[in-house]
Design a protein around this ligand. Sequence first.
Ligand code: TYD
Length: 334
Amino acid sequence: MVPRYPDTRFVNLDSLTYAGNLMNLAPIEQAENYFFARGDIADREKVRALFQEHAFSTVVHFAAESHVDRSVRAPLSFVHTNVLGTATLLEEARAAWNADDFGTGAYRFHHVSTDEVYGSLGPEGFFSETTPYDPRSPYSASKASADHFARAWAQTYGLPVVISNCSNNYGPRQFPEKLIPLIIVRAMQENEIPIYGAGDHVRDWLYVEDHCEALETILMSGVDGETYGVGGEACRTNLEIAHDVLDCVDRALGRSEGASRALVSFAPDRPGHDYRYAMDVSKVRRELGWRPRRDLTQGIEATVAWYLEHETWLEQATDETWRQWYREQYAAPA
Ligand code: TYD
């Protein structure tokens, strides 16, 4: 959006923890309407100072701890960022914005969330905007809590909030702890690929640029107080996804057909592992005209090609010493 909205100032607040990577923003780093601020969304003074300096009309809140396995090992950072951080952003928006202008379109707070708040589906059915919340991991509990706070600020104070709940994202630049980049990177290195349990868990895969288009659509045209479910309409078992991605890597690297499938290794299941997610996207289709544009084959091909072409990114993104150095060069600490 930075080049497409030259009259809008964009301020990116990011704490640059392990998965944050300024290299991902190199194409816009020099843009005159783009500003970077390093900081924690739960740091109230920092957030307040940014509101004072920039007089935001709009907040798009993507900042979150998002990896379920990490939330199993260390849940409290999820409570800090996802719960306290969200409440802090909501409260500082309320403090900075003029309540007389709520409901006039002068402001918008878009809270970006996940379909995991709805819990785990059996073999049939879909999540929709009216599915009762039933989070089951520390991650999904923290996001569910954040959604509740966003709705509470909308109901109690009239803050103009929209919420989107999306399915699993994949695509270029994703930190390789998530399933799809993990498969690609391990296949490139010919390392074992751990698939939890029997690999029969189902996820609905959404290409990241489709998600970005959905967010822009909802930000611009969504209705205050509404929630929109966003998904890729591409449900697969983890084993199917692993095979699709590995076959694509084999084609790209000229390996014999099916060779990398041998790298799959079944690993002990994740505790509390949600069986199936699948999002019904008919509301956002019907009301806002958005639909996912890339199918899984196109999305996986684009993603595999990107990782194969960006080995330096991969080395640097996963090297903490390098990332520390980079942060110091390019991002003055808050
Ligand atoms: P993940 O990318 O962690 O997303 P989420 O847990 O939010 O859905 O995992 C996607 C699926 O892949 C999930 O069912 C867990 C499974 N998985 C594995 O089987 N092996 C792995 O190494 C990882 C990271 C995930």
